[in-house]
Write a protein that binds this ligand. Structure first.
Ligand code: FE
Length: 201
C-alpha cells in the first residue's frame, strides 16, 4: 500500500486509505454514541501488550512437559487453555492440533481473519492478507516454502480453516535435545508462527 510507484498524485499522508476509512467510521460511530473510543483503546492495548504469543507458548511448553496436560489439551483445548487463565473473546471454542512426523498442521481463516486472541494476541498482517487466505488452502506446501518451511513429501499437510466458532492452536513438535529444559525455557523456544503452523521450532 505504501511502497507502490507514485504514478498518481495522492497526498503523502502517513495514513493509508484503509486507515482513513477506519478513522472516519470510528468517528461516525462515536458521534452516534455506538462506541466508546476509550473502551476500544483499552481492548487494543490489552491485546497488544498483555495478551500475545507468550500465552500460547506457555500452553505448548506445558503440553510438552506434562503428558496429562497434553492429552487434555488435545481432547478439550478450551478447558485446558482456560486452566492457565487464557480465556475470552475469540477463544471460546479452541481446538489444538498436534504436529507429528506424519502430519503438519497449518491454520488459516479463508473468510476473514479469525484467530485465537487469548493465546496468540492479534493476528499478523500476512494472516489477514488475501494471498495467504487463498493460497494456504490451494497450495499449502508452496506457502510453507515461502515461509522457509520445507517438509518431507511423506508429511501430510492439513490446513484448518478457522471460523467464527472454532479457533485452532498448533502444538508444534518438541525439538530434540530439550529434555532438561524447564517449562519457562521451553516456552521461550515457541514462536507465534510455529503455533499458526507457518514455522517449525
Ligand atoms: Fe475470520
Amino acid at each position: 500500500m505504501t511502497s507502490h510507484s507514485h504514478d498518481h498524485d495522492h497526498d503523502h499522508s502517513t495514513l493509508s486509505e484503509m486507515d482513513v476509512r477506519v478513522r472516519a467510521l470510528e468517528a461516525l460511530l462515536t458521534q452516534k454514541g455506538y462506541i466508546d473510543p476509550a473502551g476500544i483503546d483499552r481492548i487494543i492495548e490489552t491485546y497488544e501488550n498483555e495478551v500475545g504469543p507468550h500465552n500460547g507458548a506457555q500452553v505448548v511448553a506445558k503440553a510438552w512437559a506434562e503428558p496429562d496436560f497434553k492429552a487434555w489439551l488435545l481432547q478439550d483445548a478450551t478447558a485446558a487453555i482456560a486452566s492457565l487463565g487464557f480465556t475470552g473473546r475469540q477463544g471460546e471454542h479452541m481446538v489444538a492440533v498436534e504436529n507429528t512426523t506424519d502430519q503438519h498442521n497449518m491454520v488459516v481463516c479463508t473468510l476473514c481473519s479469525c484467530y485465537p486472541w487469548p493465546v496468540l494476541g492479534l493476528p499478523p498482517v500476512w494472516y489477514k492478507s488475501a494471498a495467504y487466505r487463498s493460497r494456504a488452502v490451494l497450495e499449502p506446501r508452496k506457502v510453507l516454502a515461502d515461509f522457509g518451511v520445507v517438509l518431507p513429501e511423506s508429511t501430510h499437510i492439513r490446513v484448518w480453516d478457522s471460523t467464527a466458532e472454532v479457533r485452532y492452536l498448533v502444538l508444534p513438535k518438541r525439538p530434540a535435545g530439550t529434555d532438561n529444559l524447564s517449562q519457562t525455557a521451553l516456552a521461550a523456544l515457541v514462536t507465534r508462527d510455529a503455533m499458526i503452523g507457518t514455522a517449525l521450532i
